[in-house]
Design a protein around this ligand. Structure first.
Ligand code: RFL
Length: 389
């Protein structure tokens, strides 16, 4: 079994296959230190923790992760808190930085005797329509190598070789929400004990805890403006303004460890299988980070794929592989739908000639927020979708 990519999808898949006695190798383009320090997701859903628990992969999560179950919406009409962790399933998120999860998964994989090649870029998947697919790679010495296996799992993200190797008739459904965020990691403790979603005439601002010393912030950003166009002081002043710090309390300031632009765009590949090649995680579907679903879907799909591959390789039962694409697409579209809903809740999206959003859109948004503030049924629905995939 060849797995492309050592992100959450590839490493969960590798661990689960090794536990089932299936030989595999992971081919990863980047260095080990790069994958272990790349900060991205932080909010892990209950089902993610369950999958990790079931397979003995959740030690770090339980030791260092923190429970989280509240959102605070700050709007022109005032603020309100939604304790989603006490609704729906009655459990919130674990906050645990993605790079720590990747570090744990890699340690378990190596402890179980797993093989991995870092600094090895997959160039293409060949003969996926047969039973002996292969992958060509370029390793650290620049020399090409070919890896042959019964199946290949493309867990190498949206720009990986798996996507590039799909036949031309594969459909890629793409949607651009028309919004860009400046994503920031601040060396500063969280300023509120909730996810902060601030709706403001000047644009959205968000606050999400990562660790006791590091907080993620987002600022809705003019598309086309460089990430480094503003000074740290100007960014903090803008965060203060949009998060209404003067009314609701100051934000703890600190140096920005990272800043990058995120276009809120999404896509779905259909189907997720081409012969012996299976896509999982961001390679299968890209989600805007508005609802923190990407890493959680990646783990879910890796779990589904691992059990289907185990059935196929140990018992010759290929029913799970045949159902893989449809089964995952159901989860993916559900997550896309909620992410789209969140995106429309948080932003005045460009509307025709009105780039800042029309009066009509703003009124719809106010109505949505009012419903979320007052309707218990709406809050239950939100909680269910916010933590679930
Ligand atoms: P990854 O993590 O991108 O890993 C893919 C791996 O493949 C390697 N690779 C290749 N290897 C070999 N050959 C090639 N040709 C290769 N091309 C690429 C890469 O080096 C990499 O190591 O994909 P995976 O495993 O599918 O996991 C997906 C998640 O990483 C992603 O969905 C999340 O980070 C999204 N996301 C969030 N998800 C959540 O569930 N909760 C969150 O709170 C959350 N916050 C976020 C996020 C994504 C963000 N960005 C960067 C858009 C916050 C941000 C800012």
């Amino acid at each position: 079994m060849v797995i492309l990519g050592a992100g959450p999808a590839g490493l969960v898949l590798g661990n689960l296959l090794l536990a089932a006695g299936i030989d595999c190798v992971i081919l990863e383009r980047s260095s080990r230190s790069h994958v272990q320090t790349r900060p991205r997701a932080g909010f892990l859903a209950p089902h993610t923790a369950r999958i990790l628990d079931r397979h003995g992969l959740a030690d770090g999560l339980h030791r260092h992760g923190r429970r989280h179950g509240a959102c605070e919406f700050r709007t022109p009409e005032g603020r309100f808190r939604l304790d989603y962790g006490a609704l729906g399933e009655g459990v919130g998120h674990h906050v645990y930085p993605q790079q720590n999860l990747v570090t744990d998964l890699l340690r378990h994989y190596l402890d179980r005797g797993g093989r991995i090649r870092f600094d090895t870029e997959a160039l293409a998947v060949h003969d996926a329509d047969g039973t002996r697919p292969s992958v060509t790679t370029r390793g650290p010495d620049g020399r090409p190598t070919r890896w042959t296996a019964r199946y290949v799992a493309g867990c190498d993200g949206r720009h990986g070789a798996a996507r590039r190797s799909l036949p031309p008739d594969t459909v890629r459904h793409h949607h651009d929400h028309g919004v860009t965020w400046l994503g920031l990691l601040a060396e500063a403790p969280p300023s509120l004990d909730a996810v902060g979603y601030a709706l403001h005439d000047r644009g959205f601002a968000g606050h999400m805890a990562r660790t006791p010393d590091v907080t993620r912030y987002y600022l809705q950003w003019q598309r086309g403006t460089a990430a480094d166009a503003w000074s740290e002081q100007r960014i903090w002043d803008e965060l203060d303004l949009r998060m209404r710090a003067a009314d609701h309390g100051p934000l703890h300031r600190g140096a920005f460890l990272e800043r990058g632009l995120v276009d809120l765009a999404c896509d779905v590949i259909e189907p997720l299988r081409h012969g012996s090649l299976f896509l999982a995680g961001d390679a299968a579907s890209l989600l805007a980070p508005a609802a923190a679903k990407g890493a959680n879907l990646a783990v879910l799909e890796a779990g589904i794929l691992a059990s289907a591959l185990t059935d196929a390789l140990t018992r010759g039962d290929t029913a799970g592989l045949d159902a893989y694409s449809d089964r995952c697409l159901t989860h993916i579209w559900k997550a896309q739908e909620f992410t789209g809903w969140m995106t429309r809740l948080l932003h005045a999206a460009p509307d025709g000639d009105e780039p800042a959003g029309s009066f009509f859109q703003a009124a719809l948004r106010r109505s949505r927020i009012a419903s979320l503030r007052t309707s218990r049924v709406h809050q239950e629905w939100f909680a269910d979708n916010y933590v679930g995939v």
